[in-house]
Design a protein. Structure first.
Ligand code: ADP
Length: 260
């Protein structure tokens, strides 16, 4: 920022050039700050599971090798390592998708079937929290998508809707033909909602509104879901009212695949 060029206000070409240069400098400074923050977040999020793994390994070393405790410690270590690997794998999928190098396998997929399958996965969780989970799909809607990736994005959204909605609430998933060859999978909830000041940040890597809350995960789910949507030529958008609920819309092009 010390490299900023003084602006004289004379409105001539040189002055305009100085302003453009300063704007570019501000953007670069913003990017550097983002990268620094991301680095801090990554270091923090990798540190906790690694510390736990180290603790388990130490216990395994000093513990009684004949007891069942040894087996249980080995199992816990594997669980922690798997969690870490899954986090790293998610980070790689995000980076590749954002760089336009996502290895998506597009095929015609009936989104109504996909949405039903995704909702079925959460029946037990919804029942546990006494949340009414419904999916409304008017007719078969076929789109050219990567089935596994859209399933992943959608399960993240439903998982969040259930996590951030108190017991007794409602979560519903709708597939809406948005016209112009586009389709929207909407996930509605009657949960805690998101403050206006946080609404764009929730898509950042590792951002959590309240990291101390036990329901918060690694903070990668929405970033991944948006990267997947954008990798399909679509987007992930949100509308939310604090204390009332949220709607996440996964917007996808149908690519003019005829309904079969
Ligand atoms: P996490 O693993 O923490 O759920 P996400 O990337 O999926 O990470 O979401 C980022 C943050 O956005 C969450 O920690 C939460 O604060 C907020 N959030 C996501 N979905 C919802 C929702 N449906 N209602 C309210 N807040 C939400």
């Amino acid at each position: 920022l010390e490299a900023r060029v003084p602006v004289t206000g004379s409105q001539d070409e040189l002055d305009l050039l100085a302003k453009t240069f300063n704007t570019m400098l501000d953007r670069i400074a913003g990017l550097v700050a983002n990268i620094r923050e991301m680095g801090d977040n990554i270091a923090h999020d990798l540190k906790s599971p690694l510390t736990r793994i180290r603790g388990l390994a130490e216990l395994t070393l000093v513990g009684n090798k004949d007891s069942g405790a040894f087996e249980s410690m080995a199992a816990s270590t594997i669980e922690e390592v798997d969690r870490l690997l899954s986090m790293i794998n998610t980070m790689l999928v995000i980076s590749r998708a954002e760089a336009g190098q996502g290895e998506f396998r597009f095929e015609p997929v009936d989104l109504s079937g996909l949405v039903h399958e995704a909702c079925d996965l959460f029946d037990a969780v919804a029942e546990d929290k006494d949340i009414l989970l419904k999916c409304t799909v008017p007719a078969p809607v076929v789109a050219r998508v990567d089935r596994g990736m859209i399933q992943r994005a959608l399960t993240n959204l439903i998982d969040n809707a259930l996590k951030y909605t108190p017991c007794g609430g409602r979560v519903w998933v709708e597939v809406v033909d948005a016209g112009g060859g586009r389709v929207e999978i909407q996930v509605h909830d009657t949960g805690k909602g998101i403050a206006v000041s946080d609404i764009e940040r929730i898509f950042d890597r590792f951002f959590r509104v309240d990291p101390s809350r036990s329901e918060s995960g690694a903070g990668l789910g929405l970033c991944l879901a948006r990267a997947i949507a954008r990798g399909h030529g679509g987007d992930l958008c949100v509308e939310s009212v604090l204390g009332k609920g949220s709607v996440f819309s996964l917007r996808l092009p149908k690519d003019n695949v005829p309904v079969t």
